[in-house]
Design a protein around this ligand. Structure first.
Ligand SMILES: Cc1cc2nc3c(=O)[nH]c(=O)nc-3n(C[C@H](O)[C@H](O)[C@H](O)COP(=O)(O)OP(=O)(O)OC[C@H]3O[C@@H](n4cnc5c(N)ncnc54)[C@H](O)[C@@H]3O)c2cc1C
Length: 378
């Protein structure tokens, strides 16, 4: 077993750190203020090649894969979890097209998605409950050669940004509910973004509704076959959405640890830095161990995905562990900062707010434990 990064992975790590520190870091305060994603960041994600990591080279990507993606998300999430979240859902939007798209669909969308000329998302969740996608009420029915889609998706990342969305809809009720996925494009008649959410964290990352009102699309916009919807959505969420949240969690863990170490070494109490106090050291030891453990779970799961092996349980373990560890680490960083931890000019409050959004996105911790328990219990 080799835990050493390849030369290519080291290079992408270096360029992700450079991008995060030079392009993203100066804009974080404005993103917190405006809740908008700066154009320059979106453009840079394409220019640095971060959008093409999971797109094969024949469709314009660099195909560096899922371990590389995990490394990039950690580096970007260390500076801004909101940018990492935006980037992670762009890859989530890409995955169903890579896995299930026809040649025509791949050629139409993937080169633009790799360059950042197009942006994407996946829209499954509805007000009827994200944990149970089979309760979805968005319906598509056939009229002549066209599908007519009606419904409303909620909590969709990149809802206003996305040029193309994989939308999950009910296409039959009998003999049992059956679902299909459709590629809907910004500007199609009857398809539009709705309200924008005001979240406690991930400020700058767009989350909102997508609304379909008699949206008519030809058969060529169906992704996969009729009835494949649940398989397509679950595969994308479990193999790309969940590890994406793990990447964001790693970033928050790393940032919380760094902030805590810096403050503990600088803050003088009783005539010495508080890092000399064993209670502080124990908190930092726990944060450091959590970061390393989360990273190993994440890299192993991503390596399985890169090898084309089954990885849903490993992804669920990495997601539940890393998202809960990020909350613990952010909370510990706030505590180590004493009163300063509650002040807006210190980033620790942002880490804690951002960490609180990790668990629900792409499946809650309860759902992860159901996946893991099912595997453990055979
Ligand atoms: C920031 C953010 C971004 C998101 N981006 C997207 C996106 O891009 N695309 C998209 O489709 N969705 C997106 N979502 C939606 C997300 O996937 C859902 O919020 C999530 O699946 C949970 O669904 P819910 O919010 O309806 O909660 P519910 O499903 O209503 O769950 C409520 C509670 O019940 C618990 N629960 C549910 N079922 C069980 C069970 N069987 N056993 C035990 N407990 C259970 C849950 O763990 C939770 O605590 C996003 C959410 C957030 C917060």
């Amino acid at each position: 077993m080799d835990f050493k990064l390849t030369e290519e992975q080291e290079m992408i790590k270096k360029s992700a750190r450079e991008f995060a520190e030079t392009v993203i870091a100066p804009k974080v305060a404005a993103m917190e203020e405006t809740d908008e994603m700066p154009e320059e960041i979106l453009k840079g994600l394409g220019e640095y090649g971060f959008l093409g990591l999971t797109i094969p080279t024949e469709y314009g990507g660099n195909g560096l894969g899922h371990v590389a993606r995990m490394i990039v998300l950690e580096e970007i999430g260390r500076v801004s979890a909101a940018v990492a979240m935006t980037l992670q859902v762009l890859a989530l939007g890409i995955e169903p097209i890579v896995q299930f798209g026809t040649e025509e669909q791949k050629n139409k969308y993937l080169p633009g998605l790799a360059k950042g000329e197009l942006f994407s998302t996946v829209a499954v969740t509805e007000a009827s409950g994200g944990s149970d996608p089979t309760a979805a009420q968005t319906r598509a029915h056939k009229e002549g050669d066209e599908w007519v889609i009606n419904g409303r998706k909620v909590f969709i990342t990149n809802a206003h940004l996305a040029d193309v969305a994989t939308v999950f809809a009910r296409t039959a009720d009998e003999p049992k509910p059956s679902f299909s996925c459709f590629l809907l494009e910004k500007g199609m008649e009857g398809f539009r973004p709705g309200r924008k959410e005001h979240k406690v964290g991930f400020k700058g990352c767009d989350t909102g509704d997508l609304i379909m009102e008699n949206c008519r699309v030809p058969e060529s916009q169906m992704l996969g076959k009729e009835g494949d919807g649940l398989k397509i959505a679950l595969k994308a969420i479990s193999e790309v959405g969940r590890p994406g949240m793990t990447g964001c969690a790693l970033g928050i863990l790393a940032a919380s640890l760094e902030a805590a170490v810096k403050f503990a070494n600088e803050r003088i109490l009783y005539g010495k830095p508080i890092s000399k106090l064993q209670a502080i050291q124990f908190k930092i030891a726990n944060m450091y161990t959590d970061l390393e453990a989360a990273r190993l779970l994440a890299w192993r799961a991503a390596a399985l995905k890169d090898r084309g092996e089954r990885c849903d349980v490993e992804m669920a373990m990495a997601k539940v562990f890393s998202s809960e560890a990020a909350v613990r680490a952010a909370n510990a960083a706030v505590e180590i900062h004493g009163g300063y931890g509650c002040m807006m000019e210190y980033p620790t409050q942002r880490y804690l707010r951002d960490a609180s959004l990790l668990a629900p996105s792409a499946g809650t911790s309860d759902i992860m434990r159901i996946v893991i328990a099912r595997a453990a219990l055979g």
